[in-house]
Design a protein around this ligand. Structure first.
Ligand code: DX5
Ligand code: ZN
Length: 223
């Protein structure tokens, strides 16, 4: 807890060793990870391909950590509910990818998961204006989605704090998640700005000891 807020550390398995995924997930759990971030890419909305429903289904059976599915796919409304049925406890969709956001968020909630909306670095917070009240959380991308290991875009800190103000002004309880380039150097700044769910891929799975890396991130977040 940091001033009454729960901070979740959500390792992104995109940077994990997929041949030892179960083992690596156990390690980050021991380190204090509270959510597992699962990146889904379709080679269309973003220029990369990753994993999908069958892998999510297996993982959901193999870990008690809640799985946060980040859908970087076009027309996510076609699949969002299936991700909940496969075991995701959180499902987020990009505002840039969905012409029917309200319907998609409602479908995610109706299926029993928390619904999130995601904004790319160049997408204005204004685009959230009419959808904010329908989302359980907003994911602010601090890199352009598609790949792990990219450099954190510094302007994201100020964007998170503007979003926090927008949420406060409307008296909502929406949580803020941040994803991309998070490391020990910048985690304190994003947490201070208002982020509560912190995704980290390469800073955790790129480290020689992922368990220790989660602990170090959590410690750095409190500074
Ligand atoms: C990027 C993904 C991220 C990625 C983060 O498109 O959405 O979740 O795995 O990795 P790092 O922390 O290495 O930027
Ligand atoms: Zn992600």
């Amino acid at each position: 807890m940091i001033s009454g807020r729960t901070i979740d550390i959500a390792p992104s398995i995109l940077s994990a060793d997929f041949s030892r995924l179960g083992e690596q997930i156990e390690a980050v759990k021991r380190g204090g990870a509270t959510i597992l971030h699962f990146d889904v890419m379709d080679g269309h909305f973003v220029p990369n391909l990753t994993v999908g429903l069958p892998v999510l289904k297996s993982l959901a059976r193999a870990t008690e950590l809640p799985i946060d599915a980040h859908l970087m796919i076009s027309e996510p409304g076609r699949y969002a509910q299936q991700f909940v049925e496969a075991g995701a406890k959180m499902v987020s969709v990009h505002v840039e990818a969905d012409a029917h956001l309200h319907r998609t968020l409602a479908a995610i909630k109706a299926a029993g998961a928390q619904a999130g909306v995601v904004v790319n670095p160049a997408t204005s917070l204004e685009s959230l204006s009419d959808v904010l009240q329908f989302a359980d959380y907003v994911l602010v991308m601090s890199v352009n989605p598609g790949f792990g290991g990219q450099k954190f875009i510094d302007a994201s800190v100020e964007k998170v704090s503007r979003l926090r103000n927008m949420i406060r002004e409307r008296k909502l309880t929406t949580r803020i998640e941040i994803d991309g380039g998070i490391d020990q150097e910048n985690i304190a700044a994003v947490v201070a700005a208002g982020a509560e769910i912190i995704v980290a891929g390469s800073a955790i799975f790129g480290a020689s000891d992922p368990e220790a890396a989660v602990k170090d991130l959590r410690a750095a977040a409190a500074h």
